[in-house]
Structure formats: structure tokens, C-alpha cells
Design a protein around this ligand. Structure first.
Ligand code: B4P
Length: 196
């Protein structure tokens, strides 16, 4: 018997480098399968918009493409799960865990991850997409210096998380370099199997 608060839910960690298409695909999957889409990036941006000391601290980290603390990220994530858990059978957790300690802490206190959905994508594509998004997004981190830092942080800190789950046989990999519709089709094939 498990005593973790969300163990009876489907929990999918959605990972990939910045610009790999996580957010884009999560919105479509959430809608099609009735799952809650929770993006730690969005939660942190919401908090960063506040004129508080905390908001200011988060803004500084994000602006430079650095990681925000695990404690805070996990707290915001758990709150968001509690707020939407009543209406859904599962969660797409987008952009989390970005570090091994986030993964361990989540699985020890919140619930077991059923599988990791990993969008692989070459660096040139990532850079091109994020620079393009930066023309209209207004995001402080969509500039070339922050983009390079974010990709480096992903390779050094987040790739080992994916390798850990890979080793456990819990990764479903999708080619994120294809056109959006094709990536969606490949993603839906995975969820069709899950809900079969
Ligand atoms: P995120 O908000 O997660 O941002 P991201 O990695 O850039 O991915 P996003 O989901 O927004 O973009 P997508 O690939 O869908 O993180 C931002 C920052 O928040 C981090 O740097 C960090 O500071 C902080 N943070 C977040 N989570 C954290 C955590 N767990 N711990 C600590 N800190 C954390 O799309 C990118 C662009 O590509 C879009 O314009 C999209 O339209 C386009 N696109 C997508 N798919 C495409 C396709 N197939 N073809 C062509 N274009 C495509």
C-alpha cells in the first residue's frame, strides 16, 4: 500500500531540451486525453511576475537560464497538482524533473512517475526555434546568451535524469525534430497504448 498523495494517478514527466517542443505537445495531449498539464516553467514565470523578494530572485535565475531551487519548484508543483487533481486522472509534468534530486524528492513524497516522455532534438533546431520565439514571446530568457546557458544546463544536469529513467526502462522517446503535427501523431500513439 502506498501513502504517497498522488500514487493512484497517471504521472508522466515530459522532458527535453529547451525548445524541443514539450510545452507545445503537452497542451495537445492534455486536451485530447483529459490530463492536467502542469509546466514548472509556467508556474515559476507566474511567481516571478510578482513584486516580492521571492519573485525578484526567481526572475534573476530565469533571466540567466539558471535553475531555480528544488524546494521552491517542488512546492509550487505540489500546490498546482492539488488544485487540479480533483478533475483529472493524471498529470503531464512539463519541464520537471530537471535534476536528479528533483526526481528523487518527487518520487519519495508525491507519487511514482509512470514514464518519462522525452523529446530529442538537435541543438541547431533548438537554437533556431527559441530565437524565433524570442521575436514575439517577450520571455527574458529567449536571447542567445540565455539559450546557450539553458542548453548547457540541460546537457549537464537534466540528461543524466533521462539516462537514469532510461536505465529503469521508463522512457518513451519521440523525435522532436519533426514538424509539429508529426510529433503530435507519434505522441498520441504512445498515449493510445497507455489508455488502451
Ligand atoms: P521552460 O518554461 O520549461 O521552457 P523551455 O525549456 O524553453 O521549453 P518550452 O516548453 O517553453 O518550449 P517548447 O519546447 O514547447 O523553462 C524555462 C526556465 O524555467 C528554465 O530555464 C529554468 O530557469 C526554469 N525552470 C523550469 N522548470 C524548472 C525546474 N523543474 N527546476 C528549476 N528551474 C526550472 O517550444 C519552443 C518553441 O519551439 C516554440 O516557439 C514552439 O512553437 C516551437 N516548436 C515546438 N515544437 C516545434 C516543432 N515540432 N517544429 C517547429 N517548431 C516547434
Amino acid at each position: 500500500v502506498s501513502f504517497l498523495p498522488f500514487d493512484s494517478y497517471l504521472i508522466v514527466f515530459v522532458l527535453g531540451a529547451p525548445g524541443s517542443g514539450k510545452g507545445t505537445q503537452c497542451a495537445r495531449v492534455a486536451e485530447a486525453y483529459g490530463l492536467a498539464h502542469i509546466s514548472t516553467g509556467d508556474l515559476l514565470r507566474e511567481e516571478a511576475a510578482k513584486e516580492t523578494e521571492l519573485g525578484k530572485g526567481i526572475r534573476e535565475s530565469m533571466k540567466h537560464g539558471k535553475m531555480v531551487s528544488t524546494e521552491l519548484t517542488l512546492k509550487l508543483l505540489f500546490q498546482a497538482m492539488k488544485a487540479s487533481g480533483k478533475d483529472v486522472c493524471g498529470f503531464l509534468i512539463d519541464g520537471f524533473p530537471r535534476t536528479m534530486d528533483q526526481a528523487v524528492e518527487f518520487e519519495n513524497t508525491i507519487g511514482r512517475c509512470d514514464f518519462v516522455l522525452y523529446y530529442s532534438c538537435p541543438t541547431e533546431t533548438l537554437v533556431r526555434r527559441l530565437i524565433k520565439r524570442g521575436e514575439t514571446s517577450g520571455r527574458v530568457d529567449d536571447n542567445i546568451t540565455s539559450i546557450e546557458t539553458r542548453i548547457r544546463v540541460f546537457e549537464q544536469t537534466s540528461l543524466p535524469v533521462i539516462e537514469y529513467y532510461e536505465h529503469e526502462g521508463r522512457v518513451q522517446q519521440v523525435d522532436g525534430n519533426a514538424p509539429v503535427e508529426q510529433v503530435t501523431e507519434e505522441t498520441f500513439n504512445i498515449f493510445d497504448m497507455v489508455f488502451d
